[in-house]
Every structure is written in C-alpha cells, then in structure tokens.
Design a protein around this ligand. Structure first.
Ligand SMILES: Cc1ncc(C[n+]2csc(CCOP(=O)(O)OP(=O)(O)O)c2C)c(N)n1
Ligand SMILES: [Mg+2]
Length: 585
C-alpha cells in the first residue's frame, strides 16, 4: 500500500496516512490493472508520476484520443478495462470520442479525468478548465461516476470496473476532482476502504429452453449459416466456437474483427462467397454479431429482400449477452441470451447429448454451391493478386502484406482507411483470434496509432498497421510515442495522395486543391526518422516486402511510405452507396 510521508498527529504520535493519489493507484493495482494510457497535466501530473513509481506502466501519448483508443483496444484484447487518464475539460473532451467509440463497439474501458473545483464549476464562476464533465460524459458511455471523498475511491473504482466489463462491455467515465487527490486519510482505514472486485464479469448462463429452441431451428435448416462477430472474438471462447462450427459443419462468415477466430483459410469459411450466402441462407445464427448497418440490418437486397427494407425470409438465431439486442432490426426467432462462452458451450453440450456424434451435416448441395462460388472468387482474386502493375496498387501491395501475415500469424494487424481498409480486410487472411483490430462499428478514422501502441504494449507481439494516408493523419504524431517506447510497430501508409483517391480536381480552376486531395508525393517515412525510427520509401511490392520483413525481424519502429496508384481507389471504398447523391447535378 502506498503511503505518504508519515504525519505527526496532534498527540505527537506518528500516524500513517494515505491520500487520494495513492488510494486510486492502490485500488487499480488491487484489481489487476497494470497499465495506464494517458497524457499528463493539471490535475493529474503527479498522479502519473506516482503511478509509475508504484510500478504501474504509464504510457504517455501526444493526444488524448489516441490514449483513449489505446485503452479501449487493450480492453478488447484482455477483457480487463483499459484505463485512459486525462486532464480536465479539453483533455477530457479529447478522450471522449474514444470513450463513445468504445461504448459503441462494446470495448471495456474507463476514462478517468481530473476535473476542476465542483463549487466553482456548479456556480459557473469560470474556474480553470471549467466543465461539468460528468453530465457531458453520461449520454456517451455505459456509466459515469464521480468520487468526492477519499474514502469512496475504493467503491468508485469497483463500480467503474464492474460497469465496464460486466454484461455487454462498454466505456465508463470516472470523474476525479482535483481536490480528491490531495485528500488524506488514515492509511489503515484507506486500505480497508478498497475493494477487490470478485467475479467482475459474471457468466450469464442461457436458459435451457432457449438452447433447445436454437438447436431445433439449427437442425431444421436446409441452408444454415453462422455469422461470427467481434463479440465472439472478445469472449475468448475460441476452442468452443471452433468446435461448434466444426461439429455442425455449418459454413460461417467472420465479421472484420472476428477474422482469425477460425483461420480465414478454414474450409468452412464462406467469406469469399458472402454475397451468395447472405441471401440464400434459410437459418442464420449470429454469434456476438449485431444486425446493424454492417450486416445491412438483416434485410434488404443483401439478404434477398425485394427492396432495401424488405425482409429476405431467413430465420435468425442470435447469441448475445444483451436481451435488448433481440428484434432490433428484424425478428429474432430464437434468441439465446447469455455470455457467448456459456451459450456456445451449452449448445455444444446439447448437440453432444441429443445427437451424439451423429449430428447431420448441412445438405451437400448447399455446401457444394458455396464451394463453387468460393473457388471461383478465390481464383479470380489470385489472378488479380499475381499482377504486378506500375505504379503499385492496393492489390499488389496487399499481396505482400498477405504473405507477411501468413509468415507471422502472431503479428497483430491494425487497419484503417477506406480502400486501404476494405481491400485489406478482404485480401489479408488472419490465422489467430483477436489479431485484427480495425475501425469497428462506426468506421472511425483515428484508431490507428492508439491501437498499435496498445497492441504492442499488451501483447509484446509485432504490430503491422495498414493505414490509408488520410487515416494515418488522424493519429500520426504518435509515431513519436512508438519510437519513445521502442515498440515493434511497422506502420505502412498506403499513400494514394488523398481521401479515397488523389485524382480530384478543383472544378473552379482556383488555386486550392480538391477537398479530398493531399500534398502529392508526400514522404510519410520522413516523419518517423525525426524520432529515430526507420523510414522506408517503397514504390514496388519487392521494396515493400523487404522493408516489412526487416521491420518484423528487427522489431524496430518502422514507417513505410507505400506509394499506391492514386487512381486505384473508389469513393468511400466499398460503401459508396452510403453517400447521399445530389438530385441537382
Ligand atoms: C473521424 C472520422 N472522420 C472522417 C471520416 C470519413 N472518412 C472515411 S474513410 C476516410 C479516409 C479515407 O482515405 P484514406 O485513409 O487515405 O484511405 P484510401 O481510401 O485513400 O485508401 C475518411 C476521411 C471517418 N470515417 N471518421
Ligand atoms: Mg488515401
């Protein structure tokens, strides 16, 4: 237990006291938290020093949003809440985007922000960095708490941890006013006030009748399909999920961050036949995947519906920890509510006890039809990947990345951009769970360097960040952070001179370039050299391959400026259709 200098009590006896700083640190440590991602300043500068002195790893960033993204993805990778620490008002707001994004993506994180003096803030008397942070955070996260007294720190941290990781995980805001840190209390009483959270994310066992209903529906299917979402990846029930897929023989589709839960090269993966299986399947089992826009809301043409709102006629089984998720977009015929690990193992147990080893695989014509499409698409893709055009395009560059990941399946892939995202997702196979970290539910730009730092810190594995040049710009300054902590991160900037493409022109003929265009021929590799990292300018797949191999081998912070044909991309990558189109031309 950290204590401050012994104080001489009025009686003259020496009394051990502790303070708010140490109580927060001790409460975090007591709950197994070993890393803080943050950015120092009033009123938390001393907190960062004391935390480091107490043995916590304190990773300092250049902008709070990146620290917040780091905390969020650390939470996803470890099932422990990632901690982001910021200063008041502007620092807090900078962290808030990451907190909201974490909540949307169901990543457990706690944003801890220092705040200004309550009395002044509440009377709006113009304090230093005055802001009612708790009120602002509330609608953007799963829960928000404030601690006013040192003796409540234990409860505050415990509540924040439980809120972040139990049930559907999410972001939690914890408001710690400046005055709290300096408050003192008797050390022994302080120690006793702390709470070691028992069973922070209790299992939620599904009801047997719900298991039987789901199983019956699955058995009745002629053209069954399993969709694995990032919730399934988060659950760390990898072996059971794989067993369920293999035991049933049902084809599956991984959502982007579920890639690698089973190796993408798995025979049952229907990823290369996605546009065939979605409209054709008659029973779809969603495992930790929501029917949001990424799955076209479970209806419309993607699912074989007549128009964009029409239901395609599938029956849905949905495994989710949140009962409220059911029927959010279309009818869920067999809701299976519980934590994913428990639901999947209950299904497996039911399959084993009722069907023994005689579970009937899906009808052969369904599997054959999928295999046909898949083989055709894979062959077509192989042909495209084999080409070596000059200038290099997304495909020829990603053919290299694909080989590098295949040779280094433990490496973590971070990915953002539009074309740089969509092509990477479909071309680069992942082989292990939770190795692909990307823009998630919102398709948010700016996660790149925060995710990369956290992935390297949490796992110790090499990180490969495939970044659109626009995407990279949102967090690019953190290459200094990568160099400062000497992290094994290889950033590859897919430089096509702009957002989507580099070819737009200003229709007025004026001197400003078009809104989507950047400085042409920019040398992002020079950025990392400023901080002692390795910068490489790559214009061919061979140069890219050499540089990536060297980066992974050496584990040195590396930034490769990969020059991509500026005409190769499409508007918004694969979601062009979401752009409103003007009636007036
Ligand atoms: C925070 C945020 N701001 C803006 C966007 C809109 N947006 C989507 S992709 C993208 C950048 C695409 O360009 P780039 O990263 O260079 O990828 P490319 O398609 O050129 O490979 C932008 C700005 C977003 N998704 N998130
Ligand atoms: Mg670009």
């Amino acid at each position: 237990m950290g204590t401050v200098e012994p104080q001489v009590a009025q009686s003259g006896a020496v009394q051990d006291v502790t303070d708010g700083f140490h109580l927060v640190i001790d409460a975090l440590k007591l709950n197994g938290i070993d890393t803080i991602f943050g950015l120092p300043g009033i009123p938390i500068t001393d907190f960062t020093r004391k935390a480091q002195a107490a043995g916590l790893r304190v990773i300092s960033f250049r902008h709070e949003q990146n620290a917040g993204n780091a905390a969020a993805i650390a939470g996803f990778m470890t099932q422990k809440p990632g901690i982001c620490l910021t200063v008041s008002a502007p620092g807090f707001l900078n962290g808030l985007t990451a907190l909201a994004n974490a909540t949307t993506n169901c990543f457990p994180m706690i944003l801890i922000s220092g705040s200004s003096e309550r009395e002044i803030v509440d009377l709006q008397q113009g304090d230093y960095e005055e802001m009612d942070q708790l009120a602002i955070a509330k609608p953007l996260c799963k829960a928000a708490f404030r601690v006013l007294h040192a003796e409540d720190i234990g409860v505050g941290i415990a509540r924040a941890i439980r809120a972040a990781v139990s049930g559907r995980p999410g972001g939690v805001y914890l408001d710690l006013p400046a005055k709290l840190f300096a408050q003192t209390m008797e050390a022994e009483a302080g120690r006793k006030s702390l709470i070691k959270v028992v069973d922070p994310a209790p299992r939620q066992i599904p009801a047997q009748d719900a298991v039987q209903r789901a199983l019956a529906m699955l058995k009745s299917a002629k053209r069954p399909l399993i969709v694995l979402g990032k919730g399934a990846a988060y659950a760390q029930a990898d072996a059971d999920i794989r067993a369920l897929v293999e035991k049933t023989g049902i084809p599956y589709l991984p959502m982007a961050m579920a890639k690698g839960l089973l190796p993408d090269t798995h025979q049952q993966s229907a990823a290369a036949a996605r546009s065939y299986v979605l409209p054709e399947a008659d029973v779809v089992m969603l495992v930790g995947a929501r029917l949001n826009w990424l799955l076209s809301h479970g209806k419309g043409k993607t699912w074989g519906g007549k128009d964009h709102k029409a239901w395609g006629g599938q029956k849905f089984i949905q495994i989710d920890i949140s009962p409220q998720e059911m029927d959010s977009n279309v009818r869920i015929d067999a809701p299976l509510v519980g934590d994913i690990g428990s639901c999947v193992s209950a299904l497996l147990a039911a399959i084993n006890s009722t069907a023994g080893s005689s579970w009937a695989k899906p009808p052969a014509d369904w599997l054959r039809a999928i295999a046909e499409r898949k083989n055709k698409n894979v062959a077509k893709m192989a042909e495209t990947l084999a080409k070596d055009p000059a200038p290099m395009n997304f495909h020829s560059a990603l053919n290299v990345v694909r080989d590098i990941i295949k040779a280094n399946p433990d490496a973590i892939m971070v990915n953002e951009g539009a074309n740089a995202l969509d092509f990477t997702r479909s071309i680069v196979d992942m082989y292990k769970p939770r190795k692909r970290l990307d823009v998630g539910t919102w398709g948010v730009m700016g996660i790149g360097m925060g995710f990369s730092v956290a992935a390297a810190v949490v796992s110790g594995q090499p990180v490969i960040a495939i970044e659109g040049d626009s995407a990279f710009g949102f967090s690019g300054m953190e290459v200094e952070t990568i160099c400062r902590y000497n992290l094994p991160v290889c950033v590859v900037v897919f430089n096509n001179n702009g957002v989507y493409r580099g070819t737009d022109v200003n229709p007025t003929g004026g001197p400003d370039v078009a809104p989507t265009v950047f400085v042409k021929g920019a040398r992002y590799d020079k950025l990392i050299e400023a901080f002692g990292g390795v910068g490489v300018h790559a214009t061919t797949p061979a140069e890219l391959r050499k540089a990536m191999e060297e980066a992974v081998r050496s584990r040195k912070p590396t930034l490769i400026n990969a020059v991509i044909d500026e005409t190769a991309g499409t508007e918004s990558g694969r979601i062009t259709s979401l752009n409103p189109s003007a009636k007036k031309k």
